[in-house]
Design a protein around this ligand. Structure first.
Ligand SMILES: [Zn+2]
Length: 325
């Protein structure tokens, strides 16, 4: 192969290590998936990362511009150090970028997984490489990333974009972060399921879950809503209300043209998007109304690998870590 400008994207944020060899247009030329096996500790996971990258770049090494790795935070994408993510037990201040560069001899950039997904959607998905965009992923938790004026915004410590932990109700439920009333504690799939579990047993939510393994999940709440269940309607309306409050705060601060919503909960987009658009406008000051459109994410599970690869697609953006390299 004589192709120039290939990039490797690795997503360590999912249940498996997902990797892809990607060209400048965002076409995936090769893929790999390996078990992460986090319980074996950082060294074993890093060995598998190296294996994945070696396989993806076999025979095309000289055409590879760089490797982008999306990993669960907290991490510092400038220094390339992974701190101690709850999803990677045993990892403490691992200098992942340096370790991979030393072992592979190719330049590596590290990015928080939600930021990488935001960047992927901006470059190759629903963001369409235009202007300012907020990416939100709502699944078991709530992650997000900010693309402002065409650049991934990372902030002083590269921690920016934690929309999920902005407080939208100081009296709200406890959050996994130790505080209460965070957006995540009110609108995540986990939260929606919990609200569903506390509904009256006469609710359709319970009968739908009973026919489907017995455990109430967010999708049962949305299904009951579609069937006209009043309890489900209350939960869905509350979810959308808090989402709209959280997002309207961001819209007033950043004036994005688009909010791109991904993650498992966005599969209920037929229910969520019309309600969200309507509620959003009601929380916005006059000049902002109608300026921001909420749209579904376009890349699904590939957002992370594509975004990680896209850290290398446009050198002018200089978004990743090894900016000097
Ligand atoms: Zn929180």
């Amino acid at each position: 192969m004589t192709m120039k400008g290939l990039c490797v994207g690795i997503d360590l944020g999912g249940t498996k290590i997902a990797g892809a060899l990607v060209d400048q247009d965002g076409s995936i030329l090769r893929r790999i998936r390996l078990e992460t096996r986090v319980e074996q500790g950082p060294q074993a996971v890093i060995d598998r990362l190296v294996e994945a990258i070696v396989q993806l770049t076999d025979g095309v090494r000289s055409s590879v511009e760089g490797v982008g790795v999306a990993a669960p935070g907290p991490l510092d994408s400038r220094s390339g150090v992974v701190f101690s993510p709850p999803n990677l037990p045993g990892w403490v201040d691992v200098p992942l970028r340096q370790v991979l560069e030393d072992r592979l001899g190719v330049p590596v950039k590290l990015e928080n997984d939600a930021n990488a997904a935001a960047w992927g959607e901006y470059w190759f998905g629903a963001g369409q490489r235009k202007g300012s965009m907020i990416y939100l992923t709502v699944s078991t938790g709530v992650g997000s990333g900010l693309v402002l004026d065409g650049r991934l915004f990372r902030g002083e410590n590269t921690f920016a974009g934690e929309i999920g932990h902005t407080i939208v109700d100081p009296e709200g439920p406890p959050c996994g972060c130790g505080r209460q009333g965070c957006l995540e504690s009110l609108v995540s799939g986990t939260a929606i399921a919990k609200f569903g579990q506390t509904t009256d047993p006469s609710s359709l939510i319970h009968s739908l879950a009973a026919k489907d393994g017995g455990v109430i999940r967010a999708e049962h709440v949305f299904e009951a809503y579609r069937m006209g269940d009043a309890h489900a309607e209350k939960i869905v309306r509350q979810t959308v209300r808090y989402l709209a409050i959280g997002l309207s705060n961001l819209i007033h601060i950043f004036n994005p043209g688009k909010i791109v919503v991904g993650g498992g909960v966005s599969r209920a987009g037929d229910v969520l998007f019309p309600l969200l658009q309507e509620q959003l406008d009601s929380y916005l000051m006059a000049p902002f109304r109608g300026t921001c459109e909420a749209v579904p994410a376009a890349l699904g599970e590939d957002a992370g690998v594509l975004g990680a690869a896209a850290l290398w697609t446009d050198r002018r953006q200089q978004v990743g870590t090894g900016d000097s390299s």
